[in-house]
Design a protein around this ligand. Structure first.
Ligand SMILES: Cc1cc2nc3c(=O)[nH]c(=O)nc-3n(C[C@H](O)[C@H](O)[C@H](O)COP(=O)(O)OP(=O)(O)OC[C@H]3O[C@@H](n4cnc5c(N)ncnc54)[C@H](O)[C@@H]3O)c2cc1C
Length: 295
């Protein structure tokens, strides 16, 4: 059976949507954890789930394996991510056909980051340099794919300017992307400003805010450095104060995410995308789940 396009979820008025992002585990122990946490996360009834592709050096073949596991557990729709890194057009066509034939109807279409050890993105000969090309390519071949694309409230680190980055996002939606999921951010003002700039530029598609429930100071410092997003002083202080107490740090992360969700939902956002990093504790905590209890 084919998945429902996520665009239909946005348009059926069932707000706010809740989505979770998984990634392919590196080893058997992590895979076992994914099984356990995914089963628990069903209780949160997310409207859709996604799985990253090759991000941070993870194995690509595992994206589809994880998507299959998530489907078997009962999540639907399940959206694999796909990036242009290291792929020719022929390879991308082969992957897209396989996924289409397996019933997937939603893809998060990305350029991808340079592989480890490389500072610059280099397209394959006969590959793509930008995500809008992948969106165009997929839409031409499979018009009924619903494609999500990435947006950057604090501007993509490689972009020459804020304006250029919005123009490039517009190129992705003009090529047929159905919705935008944002990079993580810890201060809602970045999201609201970004949405305003997008709307002014004529981008009308839903812009789903992406939030990371932080679990440790070390983790958030690493993520902020990789993604080039601001870590608010207050959040840093609270995590520092938690010290080596993991439980206390997790609670800081949950409270911060809850505060962000509350502020976002007050302003009528289309939903919340949680970067759960294959964990279940934050997403199942009363502080977060209560916002989605009536769905
Ligand atoms: C929700 C989300 C999910 C993600 N999932 C993954 C994943 O699964 N796997 C993974 O590897 N990475 C993932 N990433 C990271 C993403 O691949 C990187 O941030 C990457 O550097 C940019 O990807 P993009 O699709 O936004 O690229 P693009 O839209 O191509 O943008 C990349 C850069 O090029 C610029 N640009 C775009 N078009 C043009 C143009 N025509 N001319 C000049 N400059 C241009 C943009 O402004 C930007 O600076 C994800 C990011 C987000 C926010």
């Amino acid at each position: 059976m084919s998945d429902k396009p996520i665009s239909e979820l946005f348009s059926n008025g069932r707000k706010p949507l809740l989505s979770f992002e998984f990634f392919p585990p590196r080893d058997d122990a992590a895979m076992a954890n994914l099984h356990t946490n995914a089963e628990a996360l069903l209780a949160a009834k997310p409207d859709f789930v996604t799985c990253t592709y090759g991000a941070g050096g993870s194995t690509r073949e595992k994206t589809l394996e994880v998507c299959g596991i998530l489907r078997d557990k009962g999540f639907s729709p399940v959206m694999p991510h796909l990036s242009c890194v290291g792929h020719s057009q022929l390879e991308l066509e082969t992957i897209a056909r396989e996924w289409y034939n397996a019933g997937y109807r939603n893809i998060m279409a990305l350029r991808g980051d340079p592989p480890r050890g490389f500072s610059q993105f280099r397209p394959q000969p006969d590959g793509f340099s930008h995500a809008y090309e992948l969106v165009t390519f997929l839409k031409n071949r499979y018009p009924d794919f619903c494609l999500g694309v990435a947006g950057f409230p604090e501007t993509h680190p490689e972009s020459v300017s804020e304006e250029a980055d919005i123009r490039h996002l517009k190129a992705k939606v003009d090529a047929g992307a159905c919705f935008v999921t944002t990079q993580l951010f810890f201060d809602n003002k970045y999201y609201f400003d970004y949405v305003e700039r997008c709307r002014k530029a004529g981008i009308t598609q839903p812009i789903l805010p992406g939030l990371l429930p932080v679990i440790s100071f070390k983790q958030v410092q690493r993520m902020c450095s990789i993604c080039k997003v601001e870590l608010p002083k207050e959040l840093a202080k609270q995590l520092e104060d938690a010290g080596d107490d993991h439980e206390a740090a997790e609670q800081v992360g949950i409270r911060w995410a809850a505060k962000q969700i509350e502020g976002l939902l007050k302003k009528d956002v289309p939903g919340i995308h949680l970067y759960i990093l294959n964990k279940s504790k934050a997403a199942l905590s009363q502080e977060l789940i209560r916002f989605f209890a009536d769905r």
